[in-house]
Design a protein around this ligand. Structure first.
Ligand SMILES: Cc1cc2nc3c(=O)[nH]c(=O)nc-3n(C[C@H](O)[C@H](O)[C@H](O)COP(=O)(O)O)c2cc1C
Length: 161
């Protein structure tokens, strides 16, 4: 960071205003984003694995820095919204790739995504996605989980049933 600044000047965001340094590694929460920026003075951060588990981390981290979202969304998504985010991911994969690829992708990603759902207690959802053999079964797994959420999900009970 200091070495880059010493050579290129302090990053200002303006043309000729130094080279930006982007922080990366082990960002798992909005607080991690804020601390990395405050502690290192980096111009921004990249998020890898944290975004697999919480695709909404960009929204919550932006808010943690005082940012306001154009669509008015705010805070950690509800459990229902999280499932809608998973559904949107799957729908887009079906649209941009194909049926089979989308299903394989979601199966591979559901362990990561599950970490951010119901405090990581969502085994029935993960099992439903992993064993799905067609789009209808994927949607049934998502809808089944939404029904549980509507019925005031009991995390541990749901995880073992
Ligand atoms: C699935 C996956 C693929 C990655 N692919 C690359 C890559 O192609 N090139 C690269 O420089 N880093 C790659 N990385 C490393 C990430 O860019 C990042 O530096 C690393 O994951 C640490 O950030 P994180 O703690 O937020 O995940 C990859 C990481 C993951 C999890």
């Amino acid at each position: 960071m200091e070495a880059v600044e010493a050579r290129t000047g302090r990053y200002t965001g303006e043309p000729g205003g130094g080279v930006p340094v982007v922080g990366n590694g082990d960002i798992r929460s909005p607080d991690d984003v804020v601390s990395m920026i405050e502690e290192t003075g980096c111009a921004g951060v990249m998020i890898g694995r944290g975004a697999f588990a919480m695709p909404w981390i960009f929204r919550t981290a932006w808010e943690a820095q005082g940012g306001v979202l154009e669509d008015g969304a705010s805070g950690e998504p509800s459990e229902t919204e999280k499932i809608e985010i998973v559904r949107r991911y799957y729908d887009r994969m079906r649209e941009y790739r194909n049926e089979l690829s989308a299903m394989h992708r979601l199966r591979a990603k559901i362990s990561w995504l599950g970490k951010g759902i119901n405090g990581s207690h969502c085994r029935p959802l993960k099992d439903g996605i992993r064993t799905a053999t067609c789009a209808e079964e994927v949607y049934a797994a998502l809808d089944g989980w939404l029904e549980r959420a509507a019925g005031d999900l009991q995390p541990d009970a749901a995880a073992v049933s």
